[in-house]
Ligand binder design. Sequence first.
Ligand code: TXA
Ligand code: MG
Length: 316
Amino acid sequence: MPRIISTHKLDDRLGDICDEIYTGNCIGLPTETVYGLAADAFNGQAVARIFEMKGRPKFNPLIIHMLDLEMAQAFGEFDAISTKLAEEFWPGPLTMVVPRRENTSLHPLAFAGLDTIGIRCPAGPAQKIIGYFKRPLAAPSANKSGKISPTTASYVASQFDDTDLMILDNGPCQVGLESTILKIEGEKIIILRPGFVTSEMIEEVTGIIPTSSASGKIEAPGMMKSHYAPNASVKLDCGTCDNGAALLAFGDKKADNIFNLSKSGNLREAAANLYLGLKTLDETGASMICVSPIPNEGLGIAINDRLQRASAPRNT
Ligand code: TXA
Ligand code: MG
């Protein structure tokens, strides 16, 4: 049974809530837009748990929730335009996709290995919790994949009724629609997802008329076919490791050049290690990375989706 906790007297509960997040659990987090399924953005297994709980077959990049512009600047690069938008609309229902800073503690699973990052500073209880936790939270909407986004705590509970998820009840969300997502590219502002912050509001603040993403769909560059491709070629479903190749292992395996995603065959651990494993083996200079079979169920579907992209014929 999910544990629903009121945000009334939130200050007294911040310690317990942050302990829950710190141990690697997700929480149902109210924001002004929709309820999010939030986890510590530094903890790969916690982020993997988000995808697992949502039953999301693909590792889409998640929105990373920050306290304020100052925290955001430690993880993303803000130019004059994005700074102005942040000052005007944060905290609030606006997400900005900006260049990502390298070598931060953010787990790559949270931003899907992209060189950009989607950042939003929410208002209300979420802002207080991030302020107390002092780290960013990764959070998609708190619904099962394919279902509508939740705007009440009870809807979140109905989505995850077979879990003991901690859900903070802050009443119905004010906005009720997911945040507006903008991508800032030089002097161009592209609306990737329309929301409460409209094109007119953005133009009024920046003097720039935003364009809509050409496809009309949410643009997630991480979804491009060979985006995750390492330099080495990648061979899937390998029972053994070819001579001279490296092995990206799952389960109890042996090879000269090996990175084990999870010795015990734990999919959550494997998901959290996936990007690190590909990168580590690629850096050994191996010309081929053989990958052990990974069960195509639960979180394994998302892992295999990424591995298939890594092994797909290259665009270049
Ligand atoms: O209102 C909201 O935005 C809610 C609350 C919980 O904050 N969150 C939300 O997250 O709607 P989600 O996962 O349902 O949608 C996030 C979308 C992803 O589908 C992805 O396409 C886009 O944001 N996104 C995140 N980072 C991106 C990036 N670096 N580049 C392009 N798109 C990105
Ligand atoms: Mg969603």
